[in-house]
Design a binder for this molecule. Structure first.
Ligand SMILES: [Zn+2]
Length: 194
């Protein structure tokens, strides 16, 4: 592994150890393989934009997509995304709290476990995109950290589900216990496949 002495991010990474940089390249590589956007890699590592986009091209064989990140809290409140995101966040919080995997590493491990769990029910469409993308999973953790969402406990099944911050919790019923009448609509891909 060669270390370029003059990159755009040189000032930012001055004095950084080679071991630390190696660790960040590993993290970034894992995140790229799971589908992370470049903005996520920039936020989670101190590697320069140039190095990250080069790493991205090496791993994916194409340039990183441009454009804004999907920045919507409301997406997490819709029926199927809410169930998937709540499962993911439950895994993340467990790993971050009870295992040596913290922060970015906990995010990566939790997302891998989420992919395993979510693929169980869709064996027929194994090549389907997961409902929750890696970038959205990352956004979700940011929404929690900035206090925009909370975990509400369902009064029927007691499970923890994502809700808007400050939503009343005393009579909260989750998306599984009370699916909306047109819940199947968001699964149109599955319906088409059938
Ligand atoms: Zn429930």
């Amino acid at each position: 592994m060669t270390v370029k002495s003059q990159t755009q991010g040189a000032a930012r990474s001055a004095g950084k150890s080679v071991a630390k940089e190696g660790e960040e390249i590993l993290l970034a590589s894992d995140m790229i393989r799971l589908g992370a956007r470049l903005q996520v890699l920039q936020a989670e590592t101190s590697l320069s934009y140039d190095r990250l986009s080069r790493l991205y091209r090496e791993i994916k064989g194409c340039s990183p997509p441009k454009g804004m990140l999907p920045f919507s809290v409301d997406w997490f409140m819709t029926w199927l995304p809410n169930i998937h995101s709540s499962v993911f966040y439950g895994i993340y919080r467990y790993l971050d709290t009870y295992t040596p995997a913290k922060k970015t590493r906990a995010l990566i491990e939790a997302y891998r476990l989420y992919l395993e769990q979510s693929s169980v029910g869709r064996a027929a469409n194994a090549d389907d995109e997961p409902v929750l993308s890696f970038t959205r999973a990352w956004m979700l953790i940011r929404f929690f950290e900035s206090g925009m969402v909370q975990l509400s406990n369902c009064t029927r099944c007691t499970g923890g589900f994502i809700a808007h911050a400050h939503d009343p919790q005393h009579d909260f019923v989750c998306a599984i216990c009370r699916p909306p009448p047109r819940a199947g609509k968001t699964r149109s891909r599955t319906a088409r496949a059938v």
